[in-house]
Write a protein that binds this ligand. Sequence first.
Ligand code: SF4
Ligand code: SF4
Length: 426
Amino acid sequence: MNKTHEAMWKALDLDLSAHEALLTVLGRFYNDIYLSQSGRLKGMEYLDFVMREVHGLRIREIQEAKSAGRKVIGLFCVFVPEELILALDGVCIGLCAGAEAGFDAAERYLPRNTCPLIKSFFGFRLARLCPYTSSCDLVIGETTCDGKKKAYELFGEFQPTYVMEVPQSKSAAARALFRTEMDRLRKAIEDLTGKGLEPGKLRNAIKLVNRRRRALNRLAALRAAEPAPISGRDALLINQVAFYDDPVRFTETVERLCSELEERVQKGEGVVPPRTKRILLSGCPMAVPNWKLPYVIESSGAVIVGEESCVGARHTRDLVSEEAETVDGMLDALCDRYLKIDCATFTPNPERLDNIVRMARELHADGVIHYALQFCQPYAIESKKVEDRLAAEGIPFLRIDTGYSLEDMEPLKTRVEAFLETIGEE
Ligand code: SF4
Ligand code: SF4
């Protein structure tokens, strides 16, 4: 047990022994999947440090922010505009979880055949495993998939929860609804923080989040280089940490990492040998420590060159216009940007198909592996459209549906290896 942080975890009402077991497994998993890689960027040392202190120093910082009067707000979806939270002096944290710990507790409330992402965040709360959730003054859910919106009704019994209504289409009526929801959310955060939304602060928040997006997009574009200059596992980790690190410090780190990557690309150096098969991963978000499929793919001899996912391009691709002067104008700009999100919960959702093809071409992917979390209907069903479109474009495709259990690693590896044998041969 790390005695340095024990008192803090106790004050957050964590189950200390279950939490220690979780950290032990997480540390072992991280060593095997991350620290065993060779040729990593020097700048990844910061990410390793963040992961070592994921429940330690970052939580301490958050407690200090709370003591200074800031409110901590947790999110589960990239649809909730972080800019509003930052502009109202909140600390914004992504709460999605990627581990099976807590499933037993979650299944007392949720059906077994619920998406693991939902079971995981619910289970982490019930089993008292997550210091981020315990630190939250408010969690903001959203009406995306049915599983999440119904789970929030139950989750609200354990933690103050606000649900933002998110449209399911991109019609003019849907945009009007979303704009109204933006005002309702603004009011809720103003009530929580006791502050009023000021144009200067909202403009700064928009610029800050855009700057982080630009840094992550710069990193994403550098992955088009051959040989690939960074592993998919490391790139995924960077995108995962974006959800809970301090945004200024994190952005500066990614900018430095990009400079290091640029040097590597200019020298023609890669993290893998030239002609290593290149894979675009597409589909559901991968929250920490859901690294199973990236590990399976990269330990099968391929390299992942992009993530068409909310922990990836869907989170960063579109920027908010910085032109508006008034709060209303900026809220309109936020609406326009967030409605460009191409989540499978939208119907119809043709933009996503275009974006997958564009990413596959720009990143010189030899094939696309579509990843749906078990019991995630939106992504599992939409995978047929993705498959058909990629077939029409002549891009090889493999569909994988899996959960958080490690039990299917061997069969997954067999399928991935068989797929790799069929692609990228000229
Ligand atoms: S996949 Fe859809 S519901 Fe899930 S985080 Fe992304 S936008 Fe939100
Ligand atoms: S992965 Fe699918 S089922 Fe799970 S929360 Fe996201 S949209 Fe819902």
